[in-house]
Design a protein around this ligand. Structure first.
Ligand code: NAD
Length: 249
């Protein structure tokens, strides 16, 4: 165990009210590409703004085209060692809340109960109507789109159907923001795992935790703007560092 992992282990041992904040980086070891690594999705594609999705059928078609491609990785992905270590910390009672920017559902798949996971950017494993919120499953949408580019509309109200994720320019979910704020302000240790910390308002939570007196740890391959305020920064792979620090395989 190197000195960084040892320090992380000590901070975890001393904490009894920890909040864990995860980004796309925790899922790369499960085979899902992140957005901002050199080979990440945004190195190839521009994000589609929410208003453009609403205004333009061509943008909606492009969004579903991308979704079908991304889902090939997402649907076969399984939780990795990093997810299992986080699940262990929740199970042990040390960590009450996992705030995630991820939309892949892998924290829940690793056994963390729904009530301990706050999905800040929604969930990409299903779709919902933007007007009446009715849930729609992805498979029939993919089938119709692959057949003749049919765009999904709500069977209940005729509204536009979109994956249940939060796009750029779309309002943040109020309840998820409230729960994130509460756990950020009540924790004694805040651990960031695999986030470039450039997407706001999500990226404000580590700063808020630190200003409120919690210790701040950032585990991320690359440097982030918040490294300078953190108590511990580890530029290594999440699975190995957190796995070793928690004794989880
Ligand atoms: P990001 O792509 O901006 O940053 C990911 C960071 O993780 C990078 O800085 C990278 O260096 C680091 N990283 C990658 N693999 C790592 C590893 N194995 N160990 C340590 N560090 C690693 O991601 P973000 O900050 O989460 O913001 C992007 C947005 O992308 C989020 O809103 C999220 O909704 C969405 N997203 C989600 C998924 C997913 O659900 N798995 C995948 C891609 C993007």
């Amino acid at each position: 165990m190197d000195e960084y992992t040892e320090k992380l282990r000590n901070l975890i041992q001393l904490s009894d009210r920890m909040t864990i904040f995860t980004g796309a980086g925790i899922s790369t070891e499960s085979g899902i590409p992140d957005f901002r690594s050199p080979n990440g999705i945004w190195s190839k594609l521009q994000p589609i703004q929410f208003q453009d999705f609403i205004d333009s059928a061509e943008m909606r078609a492009e969004a579903w085209r991308r979704k079908i491609i991304i889902d090939k990785d997402m649907q076969k992905a399984l939780p990795n060692r990093g997810h299992r270590a986080v699940a262990h910390l929740v199970d042990s009672g040390k960590c009450q809340t996992v705030i995630t920017q991820n939309i892949d559902g892998l924290h829940q798949d690793s056994g963390i109960p729904d009530q301990n996971v706050v999905e800040l950017h929604g969930n990409g494993t299903y779709a919902s109507c933007l007007q009446c919120s009715l849930r729609h499953e992805l498979e029939p949408i993919f089938e119709a789109f692959n057949r003749d580019n049919t765009l999904p509309v709500c069977r209940h109200c005729g509204g536009i159907v979109k994956t249940a994720t939060v796009s750029f320019g779309q309002a943040m979910p109020e309840e998820a923001m409230r729960l994130s704020e509460r756990s950020t302000l009540s924790c004694d240790l805040f651990i960031v795992l695999g986030s470039s910390l450039v997407v706001f308002p999500a990226a404000a939570f580590p700063q808020i935790a630190k200003q409120n007196g919690a210790k701040l740890v950032i585990v991320n391959r690359e440097a982030t703007d918040q490294d300078r305020i953190a108590d511990l920064v580890v530029h290594q792979e999440i699975g190995q560092v957190l796995g070793d620090a928690t004794g989880v395989d």
